[in-house]
Design a protein around this ligand. Sequence first.
Ligand SMILES: [Fe+2]
Length: 183
Amino acid sequence: MERSAAIALLCLYVHEDGLKKHCLATGAVMRALAARLGEDEDLWETIGILHDIDFELIHGDMQLHGAKGAEILTEHGIDPDLAGIVWRHNHFLFLGTYDLPIEVALQAADSASGLVTACALVKGGRLSDVTVKTVTKKAKEKSFAAGCDRSRIALIAPILALPEFYAVAIDGLMRIRGELGLI
Ligand SMILES: [Fe+2]
């Protein structure tokens, strides 16, 4: 699926600007990770963009999160295997069962996209001023961007050392910083 098609599909179900940006950011980190790991960049970005497509429909019922998304994606003709990855990204239900690199990456990208974005916001929106050192330091502050689960980020460590992962995440986000409202 083309990036523009994934975004168009996302926008049928997601209207809140912050959530849209979170999805685009997660997609950008996924694309950069795929490039670093020699995986399918378009596929990984698509999964990142679409992973929270059901979030406005579930009204906070995390038991439905992912399952509803997979249902939507299947209705739109997305491969059931890919829809399954979206379903299983709900860590409240599936943490501890992630073996595929794309599933591990999605856990890390979902949390790191928010963490790195928060680092940019404390620098006046200047993502260009965020370094691996910034992110590493801020990740250790438990109260900073507390919703960004560090244990989900840590799942990537057997595949890619954390400093390198942060560098990849920053690079991925830099490529779409304008769309994220960052500079
Ligand atoms: Fe997410």
